[in-house]
Design a binder for this molecule. Structure first.
Ligand SMILES: Cc1cc2nc3c(=O)[nH]c(=O)nc-3n(C[C@H](O)[C@H](O)[C@H](O)COP(=O)(O)OP(=O)(O)OC[C@H]3O[C@@H](n4cnc5c(N)ncnc54)[C@H](O)[C@@H]3O)c2cc1C
Length: 323
């Protein structure tokens, strides 16, 4: 087993996806410990342009075949296996994306290698890989120590690391031949469907008034909408409201929704779960209205009202109308 750190890059519609540069940042830290080099693999139909971009980050290996034009688990597994055979890396890194967590276990299973997934930090010490993961909605942080004299496979949570800076001079690109076994291609790419943009983009708004489960029923949404309109803002929501289809998913603020940084964020009946706070904590001014004085939203709010939002907002609107 060698000391190099292999990064499996991802690309979509002719461009490298941002997680690849994040993986290179992880790989550089590991390579400094293992004494190896960072090597990025890119598979595709014709990847010259992508390889040119990747070579500004690390040594790059290309695997080209018409059947690799689009991601397929079986095709990309065959391509990555050829690269792993050639590099014999200490660690194989993939992003914890839909593609990465599809492909990583296949690679681990192919050689019976240890695998850690969705990690937020990685270190390698001798024959031990130390992986940090967050569990139970990120409330618990655990460190796993995995010992092996063989390669490790790891998927890294996107947006955990800052993208690696380009190298002062681009490095070499080399190509590895691969024979894709068509009989083993179990899936066929049909089309790439982008989500339809049908709604406003709350991440661009200066004022966001978010409704939480504290508004109690859908019939109370117009109150939030009127208030937001009066302030010249837009309506955001906590996840339960978008799960209930009271508002479209595009309005959801938080870890699995949008990150917003408005000048003013008003949380109406939002408890302040960490997944919600992750999406709004950097707003310029945060005002929270909640009946529960111990609600966690008050920990991030600059101003807080312990009040019934269904009574407070009409009163404030009346004041504003009279002003
Ligand atoms: C993997 C994962 C991802 C998630 N992603 C997100 C995400 O992106 N965004 C998100 O928001 N959540 C997300 N969640 C859900 C999150 O954990 C919370 O369940 C959710 O944020 C709670 O929404 P809420 O504050 O509206 O509801 P609740 O937690 O039910 O809080 C309602 C609040 O309203 C207050 N209240 C009740 N009546 C009134 C009233 N009349 N006036 C004023 N206040 C009142 C209550 O005191 C309470 O604090 C995620 C969860 C998981 C597991």
């Amino acid at each position: 087993m060698g000391a190099d750190i292999l990064v499996a890059s991802e690309h979509r519609e002719g461009a490298v996806v941002p997680t690849t540069a994040e993986l290179v940042a992880v790989a550089r830290g590991l390579a400094a410990k293992s004494g190896g080099a960072v090597v990025v693999a890119v598979a595709g139909k014709s990847v010259g342009k992508l390889a040119g971009h990747l070579a500004s980050l690390a040594q790059t290996i290309t695997v080209e075949d018409p059947r690799l034009e689009h991601y397929s688990p079986d095709g990309y597994e065959q391509a990555l296996r050829a690269v792993v055979d050639a590099v014999d890396p200490r660690v194989i890194l993939l992003a914890h994306t839909a593609t990465g967590f599809d492909l990583a276990p296949r690679i681990a299973a192919a050689w019976d290698l240890p695998i850690v997934t969705n990690v937020v930090a990685l270190d390698v010490e001798g024959r031990t890989l130390v992986a940090t993961r967050k569990l139970l909605n990120d409330k618990v942080v655990v460190q796993l120590e995995v010992e092996s004299d063989r390669s490790f496979v790891a998927t890294v949570r996107p947006a955990t690391y800052k993208a690696a800076a380009p190298l002062p001079t681009p490095t070499a690109v080399r190509s590895i031949p691969v024979t894709i076994d068509t009989a083993r291609l179990g899936t066929t790419f049909v089309a790439y469907e982008k989500p339809q943009v049908q709604d406003i983009d709350i991440s661009q708004a200066d004022i966001v008034v978010s409704a939480g489960r504290g508004i109690q029923k859908k019939e109370n949404l117009p109150l939030i909408e009127q208030f937001a309109k009066m302030l010249g803002g837009v309506v955001g929501a906590s996840r339960p409201l978008t799960d209930l289809d009271w508002l479209p998913k595009t309005r959801q603020v938080g870890q699995s929704g949008k990150t917003v940084r408005p000048k003013l964020y008003i949380a109406c009946g939002v408890s302040g779960a960490m997944q919600h706070i992750a999406g709004m904590k950097d707003a310029g001014l945060i005002i929270a209205v909640n009946t529960d004085p111990t609600a966690p939203i008050f920990e991030v709010a600059h101003y807080g009202f312990t009040a019934n939002v269904l009574e407070l907002l009409p009163a404030v609107m009346k004041e504003l109308q009279g002003a």
